[in-house]
Design a protein around this ligand. Structure first.
Ligand SMILES: NC(=O)c1ccc[n+]([C@@H]2O[C@H](COP(=O)([O-])OP(=O)(O)OC[C@H]3O[C@@H](n4cnc5c(N)ncnc54)[C@H](O)[C@@H]3O)[C@@H](O)[C@H]2O)c1
Length: 389
């Protein structure tokens, strides 16, 4: 019996596997097509997951496969175009990877295109489905620590890469509060990139949320205790130490720090491979079928993009940025172009450069793959060999 919904994956790389797992754990979705300009990438997926159709371009895939749901699993600068193309082709839903976009203008255009076509847009901040975050959100709603006043997010490997998870996650746990202003600082004296996107060497920001709540973000300043999935929340009557896998509570009744039991259902989600991706798809299908709005909508992720871009814009303008943010470009890129962040240690490098597939040796890739090597290991090996050669 054919399944109720068809899906297609754009970008047959690392995270494409997690999307595939997410669909395959849902009985009512079948992945029927993939799109990737690299023949070896799409052939590998078609064979591994028994997918009948593979295309070199998103446009051809949309026209011929006519999927109901499209996963956008390409690098960040390539999130808006396939999302907008899918919306214009009239798909029911798009699951786009994080960070949603590298500018507020791009994020807006994704939300607008999907609204115009009635396409349900979600961004894969899939950690919203982890048991620790779900429990922490419940505890905040139950006022287990009174009113939250301070959140500390400490991350490494770039604001847009890991920071987006931490900011989105703390917003989720706190009930998606509105940000009012952002004061940020940025350092960039090396020519640092992440998946073809210029990033900072380090940055930090204070974000004022509605009410008395403040969010403090520090990125690539220290590694001790840094985790995209973890943050400390202080409230008027206690504290929560939140990670994806658990929550510790400190309040008048806890007798010191107390590990809070998680809901069984949430633990089951964690136990299944690709479980958060499956849960994200399940909630999307419920939304398509008239159920409640998905917890990870494009609009919610747009708010996270706005905070990150406001951090950069604050450093660019040397002032507090009151939201809504006016600058629609990527303020960090603008600062680089404007000479405001001179590179003192020349030599462009990309912290995910080992994944770059533009000029890889397809035969060598296929050979290593047939030996059972994982995608990211193959890419690291081939790109290291290229640099040495
Ligand atoms: N949600 C998460 O936890 C999580 C984890 C890892 C990565 N990601 C995100 O996923 C995205 C992809 O990262 P990755 O590590 O999977 O990258 P990757 O390099 O492993 O895969 C990207 C794939 O896209 C393909 N591609 C390039 N141009 C294309 C085009 N025009 N059309 C279709 N395919 C194209 C490449 O050939 C490659 O196969 C990034 O934005 C990253 O931030 C999210």
């Amino acid at each position: 019996m054919s399944k109720k919904y068809t899906a297609a994956i754009v970008g047959c790389g690392s995270i494409g596997n997690a999307h595939m797992d997410g669909y395959n754990l849902n009985d009512n979705v079948e992945v029927v097509a993939v799109a990737d300009p690299l023949l070896v990438a799409r052939e590998e997926y078609m064979e591994k997951y028994s997918i009948p159709q593979g295309y070199a371009t998103v446009e051809e895939m949309l026209e011929k496969a006519e999927p109901d749901i499209v996963s956008v699993c390409t690098w960040h600068p390539l999130h808006p175009a396939p999302t907008i193309a899918a919306a214009q082709a009239g798909v029911k839903a798009v699951i786009c990877e994080k960070p949603m976009a590298t500018s507020l203008g791009a994020a807006n255009s994704m939300v607008d295109a999907c609204e115009a076509s009635g396409t349900k847009l979600i961004i894969s901040h899939q950690r919203r489905f982890t048991p620790g975050w779900e429990k922490a959100r419940e505890l905040i709603q139950e006022k287990a620590i009174g009113d939250p006043v301070w959140v500390n997010c400490k991350i490494v490997q770039g604001l847009l890469n890991c920071g987006t998870h931490a900011i989105d996650g703390s917003r989720f746990v706190l009930g998606d509060p509105q940000a009012l202003w952002v004061m940020g600082a940025v350092e960039r004296d090396t020519d640092r990139y992440e998946r073809d996107t210029p990033i900072e060497d380090s940055c930090m920001a204070l974000v004022q949320m509605e009410g008395n709540l403040q969010l403090f973000i520090q990125s690539d300043l220290c590694t001790e205790g840094a985790a995209a999935g973890g943050f400390l929340i202080r409230g008027t009557d206690g504290m929560l130490d939140v990670s994806e896998a658990g929550v510790k509570l400190f309040n008048a009744d806890s007798n010191g720090w107390k590990q809070v039991p998680l809901r069984v259902e949430a633990e089951e989600i964690r136990a299944i491979g690709g479980g958060t991706n499956a849960a994200q798809v399940r909630e999307l299908i419920a939304w398509i079928e008239g159920g409640p709005e998905h917890r990870g909508t494009g609009k919610k992720a747009r708010a996270t993009v706005e905070i990150m871009m406001a951090l950069y814009e604050s450093a660019r303008q040397h002032r507090v940025i009151h939201l809504p943010l006016q600058e629609e470009g990527h303020p960090l890129e603008l600062m680089v172009e404007e000479g405001k962040l001179p590179v003192e240690k020349p030599g462009r490098y990309d912290i995910r450069g080992f994944l770059k597939r533009d000029a890889i040796d397809e035969k060598a890739y296929a050979k290593l793959r047939s030996q059972g090597m994982a995608h990211h290991q193959i890419m690291r090996t081939l790109n290291e060999n290229k640099q040495e050669g």
